[in-house]
Each structure stands twice: as structure tokens, then as C-alpha cells.
Ligand binder design. Structure first.
Ligand code: FA5
Length: 338
């Protein structure tokens, strides 16, 4: 091999390796380039080194010297690239940049409007003396139905209205379901706490409802329960009114309508007025004596009220959101507005 060819080969290698190392944008890319040029077995440096034997004897010293220079240059280029990537290189780099150019603004994340609403509800109810209780989203028959005075033949248990999970009674596995209401937490709290209790519980509930502007198959409820001696329907109405006034700022009109729930007697539904329409945002009532008996409370000693409000419906009215589905479409252009 002619000396000149060998020297050209060395120069080309040095140039290409330097470019490759400088252009490697990640540690992985740099490592790939290192293997290509400096790999001990089949790196290109190794290949050029192998050509040295083909240079005629008298010209070998010149060729060998150039080979060493090339090795050094490639190694230095690699070391510099490595240092630049390890971070502290950023300080030492001599590259200049324009500090007056506008930077890339990081986009600030926000809490989901439902999360914001939940925080606010806890705050308002906290001021009314209610503490927060929690319960599981996967529930059993006792807490979702039986303890709530919903007997086995009651239509509220129908599979069309509930998301049941597969259970196998023959194997001793009781049927479970995604809770259809937060009233389950009333039972859990009263089972484990003697009266008086004054709690709220906020969380997800699940129903096979068709999605439309005011319904979604997963939504949130705020449950409230106040049990003590001589708690009355007047207390229930006062608390709901105080709550609505505090949350909506007094501008909202609400009404109570007689209704029925197996776990309260008497029962009401609560509506707010919006765009000339009454929209139901919750159910409530005086705790049924059967519920007290199921948890071991004496209905001769205590009375209480309970309510369950739809968190989405509260959030929608406050922010004038016309369609509940917008809350769950995960479009940041929409969610970023709140
Ligand atoms: C209940 O779930 C009762 N557990 C409420 C209750 C608690 C009554 C304690 C008495 C004592 P209801 O099924 O009406 O009631 O639901 C309550 C609220 O949840 C409704 O008023 C509505 O605001 C909201 N809601 C119901 N279904 C949906 C749905 N598919 N999507 C969004 N919100 C819903």
C-alpha cells in the first residue's frame, strides 16, 4: 500500500471519528460511535492499524507516527464528547450562545377541575365541622346494599345498574362490585365508630349509565353523615343550604323535593336552577332506623341525616360546563382553563 494512501486513510478516520463523537446527542449514541471507531475487535481504528503492515518497509516509520497521532486525536475527541455529556462540560464548553433569546417556557401542570372541586368541598365541609372518611371502591354486598336497607330482591341490585365483579360463591368468594354510591362509607364509619359522627367522604362511584351531558359511568360523590342526639331534618336543610351558598356564592337557587331512598326516611332530592332548568345534584334524608340497627346503633338514642351529592354536577354549575363528558376527554386545552 502506498504511503500516501495510508496517510489519507488515517486523516479520514480522524475527521469522521471527531465528527461522529461531536454529533452524538446521547450517551447511547456516543457509545455506539465509540464502538464503531475505537472498538477493540472490529473498530475502524483497529482496521487502519492492520493496514500498516502493507506499507513498504522504509516508509513504515512515517506511517507509524501518523497512526499514533491519529489514535491520540480520536481519543481526545472521544474524551471531550464524554465530558460534555457528563454535564460539567457545559460549564467548560467554549461554544457561545445568545443569552437574550427567549427560552422554552415549561408548561405548568394544573389540578384536574374535579380534584380542585373536591379540595374545595373538603374545605367548606371542614368549616362546618365534618371530617373526611375514606372507603374502598370495590365493595361487598353488605356495605353497598344490605347495611343500607336494600334487601336481596330490591331492583337497585340489578346487574343492569351495577358493575359486578366475578365472584364464586361455591369457592367461598362473595360477589363484589364497583361501589355504586359513596353511602357505603356511612356503614363502614358507623361499624367502626360509636356515635356521634360527623363525616364526609369523597370518591369515585360506578354505574352502567349511558354517557350524556349530565351522566357518566364513573363519577364522584360527596357523602355526608351526621349522627347525634336530636339531629333533625331542619339541620339537614340548613347544612345543605349553607353548603350551597358557600360553594356557589349565594347566587344559586336550590330546592328540596320529596323522594325515596331505602336508607333514609324521609328522603329528599336536591336541585339547583340553571338556565331555567332544575338540575338534581344530590339525594339526602334522615337515616333510616334499620340502618342504625344494622351497624349496632340504637335508633331510640340517636338520629341523623345523610346526603350524597354529585361532584361533577357541582363542578359543572360552578364553571358553566355544559357537558360532563368534557371533564373526562383529557383535552388539556379544555382542562387548562380551570
Ligand atoms: C345516591 O347515590 C344516594 N346514595 C344519595 C344519598 C345519600 C341519598 C345519602 C340519601 C342519603 P343518586 O343515585 O340520586 O343517589 O345519586 C346522587 C347524585 O349523584 C345525583 O343527584 C347526581 O348528582 C349524581 N349522579 C348520579 N348518577 C350520575 C351519573 N351517571 N353521572 C354523574 N352524576 C351522577
Amino acid at each position: 500500500m502506498a504511503l500516501q494512501t495510508f496517510l489519507d486513510e488515517c486523516d479520514r478516520l480522524a475527521q469522521e471519528a471527531t465528527q461522529a463523537f461531536a454529533g452524538a446527542s446521547s450517551p447511547a449514541a456516543l457509545e455506539e460511535a465509540r464502538i464503531e471507531f475505537l472498538g477493540a475487535r472490529s473498530g475502524r481504528m483497529k482496521a487502519v492499524q492492520g493496514l500498516l503492515g502493507a506499507v513498504p518497509g522504509p516508509e513504515k516509520p512515517v506511517a507509524g507516527k501518523r497512526l499514533n497521532e491519529t489514535k491520540n486525536a480520536v481519543q481526545v475527541a472521544f474524551d471531550q464528547a464524554k465530558e460534555r455529556q457528563s454535564g460539567d462540560g457545559a460549564v467548560k464548553t467554549t461554544e457561545s450562545f445568545d443569552v437574550t433569546l427567549p427560552g422554552t417556557r415549561p408548561r405548568l401542570g394544573k389540578l384536574h377541575p374535579i380534584t380542585q372541586t373536591i379540595e374545595e368541598l373538603k374545605d367548606i365541609m371542614g368549616r362546618l365541622g365534618f371530617t373526611v372518611a375514606e372507603g374502598p371502591e370495590i365493595e361487598d354486598d353488605r356495605h353497598n346494599f344490605e347495611g343500607l336497607n336494600i334487601p336481596p330482591e330490591h331492583p337497585a341490585r340489578h346487574p343492569r345498574d351495577n358493575f359486578y365483579l366475578v365472584g364464586d360463591e361455591s369457592a367461598g368468594l362473595p360477589p363484589l362490585l364497583m361501589r355504586s354510591q359513596t353511602s357505603t362509607v356511612q356503614i363502614r364509619v358507623m361499624e367502626s365508630t360509636p356515635p356521634p359522627v360527623r363525616i364526609i367522604s369523597l370518591g369515585r362511584v360506578y354505574r352502567p349509565d349511558e354517557a350524556d351531558p349530565t351522566h357518566y359511568p364513573m363519577f364522584h360523590q360527596m357523602e355526608g353523615l351526621w349522627v347525634d342526639q336530636r339531629v333533625t331534618m331542619a339541620d339537614l336543610k340548613s347544612v345543605i343550604r349553607l353548603f350551597a351558598k358557600s360553594y356557589f356564592g349565594g347566587e344559586v337557587e336550590i330546592r328540596f323535593r320529596p323522594s325515596f331512598f331505602p336508607f333514609t326516611e324521609p328522603s329528599v332530592e336536591v336541585d339547583y336552577l340553571w338556565n331555567g332548568r332544575w338540575i338534581e345534584f344530590g339525594g339526602a334524608g334522615m337515616v333510616d332506623p334499620n340502618v342504625f340497627r344494622a351497624v349496632g346503633y340504637d335508633p331510640e338514642q340517636v338520629t341523623g341525616f345523610a346526603f350524597g351529592l354529585g361532584v361533577e354536577r357541582l363542578c359543572m354549575r360552578r364553571h358553566r360546563i355544559a357537558d360532563i363528558r368534557d371533564l373526562f376527554a383529557n383535552d388539556v386545552r379544555f382542562l387548562g382553563q380551570f
